[in-house]
Design a protein around this ligand. Sequence first.
Ligand code: SAH
Ligand code: SF4
Ligand code: F3S
Length: 470
Amino acid sequence: MNREEIIIPETAVVRQRDFQKKIRDMFAARKAHPTACVETFGCQQNVADGQRLMGMLEAMGFTLSEDAGEADLVLLNTCAIREHAEQRVFGNLGILTHSKKENPEQMIVLCGCMAQEERVSKRIRESYRHVDLVFGPQALWRFPELLWQAYETKERVFSVADEPGGIAEGLPVVRERGVKAWVSIMYGCNNFCSYCIVPYVRGRERSRSPEAVLAEVRELVEAGYKDITLLGQNVNSYGNDLETGYRFPDLLEDIDKIPGDYWIRFMSSHPKDASPRLFDTMAKCGHVARQLHLPFQSGNNRVLGEMNRRYTREKYLELIRYARSVMPELVLTSDVIIGFPGETETEAMDTISLVEEVGFDALFTFIYSPRPGTKAAAMPDPVPRAEKQKWFDKLLDVQNRQSAGIHAGYVGKMLRVLVDGESDDGDFPLSSRTEGNRLVRLKGGKELVGQFLDVHVTGSNTWALYGEPV
Ligand code: SAH
Ligand code: SF4
Ligand code: F3S
């Protein structure tokens, strides 16, 4: 696809404002303050999408609310990554039959990655008749139009065609107030890891223009955001489709030139094209946090091959060695899957040995969940769940000990942190993050939120550090 087909014309985006107005006017005649309840599941990319959806809802005149039962509109922005994520959504939909019965005017919207799965949209069509509007991630920018269609026709609307997807700039947004913000720099995924549903539901890889990303980051820094995360399924392939030779390290370098006191992070990185140049750039750019989330998934080369990951254990270790050589203080996290179809105990232990060898600061660990339609879902999977659970528990045990050990090493030291909010711990009422994104619970008053501080670390456990401002 060429660039013109990918960029959604500004006129088409602007036209959505007409639909926003129609809905605003419709409610103005009917009801003073329509409310909308938005629930987002899944990854940060979905959270960022949810913030755009909320922006559009506000532009349509809705006040955002937490009360799904009472809301005039309920929107579930869903995730399809594992079976459990889908079950939660079906559970929520079940509960919504009651509120819909009491208030037949209630508009129920299902969007996000699950909505894009044919199997799911079919099930919604047939068995969840109280859902009024269903659309996938590629249709997100047309939400006002689709919603208007649902209100006007009083018929159910499905927009779930398999589309490669475009890029719509200038959509409204409701951000979390405070210090953290998300910026999608690209959409979609071309990698087709054999276990993963994302390429099927999020369309093809496409990069926003550097100008659009830079303008958004600049705006956020000027608005006082201090912890900005660039998002993409694989940020290392940013720019591949721009055909200008401009790549992710170039983007980092250009962002770094924006003046201000802030940190830039990014996720996720794919080891197959994480490069020494990326690490050199991280090391030399003052605003780029020395933190890396580099999912390795498995420590066994046969399994990595079956997963279609396109790197080896050795290549991964080599990357880590290089990254640490240029950034000795690097905080490193990863994603791991245990129990891929056909994985043997010995192979799972290779994953654990890699974890021991690298010494990650933290891990996101998953037991393999078959996703219908993916290549892995058709592979024989003879190992019982209980057996996989044992390997998984062993992995957790190794990692928890590692995290606790790394954290204990900080006690007595001084760290620079960014206070990002209040916490639920009465003795340490503030939550803060180090440059490496480590959680530090702090003593102090809430007037400190949003500030960079030097703190003295007084305690630790597996998940957090504890400290006091100096
Ligand atoms: N694009 C990111 C990952 C997004 S999904 C990347 O490639 O790094 C987040 C994590 O969910 C993946 O890294 C993987 O560990 C896990 N995951 C994806 N599909 C899964 C499945 N079918 N079962 C279990 N875990 C899965
Ligand atoms: Fe899924 Fe692989 Fe794409 Fe990540 S890179 S979203 S794991 S297919
Ligand atoms: Fe889930 Fe879609 Fe993200 S499947 S993990 S919400 S890209």
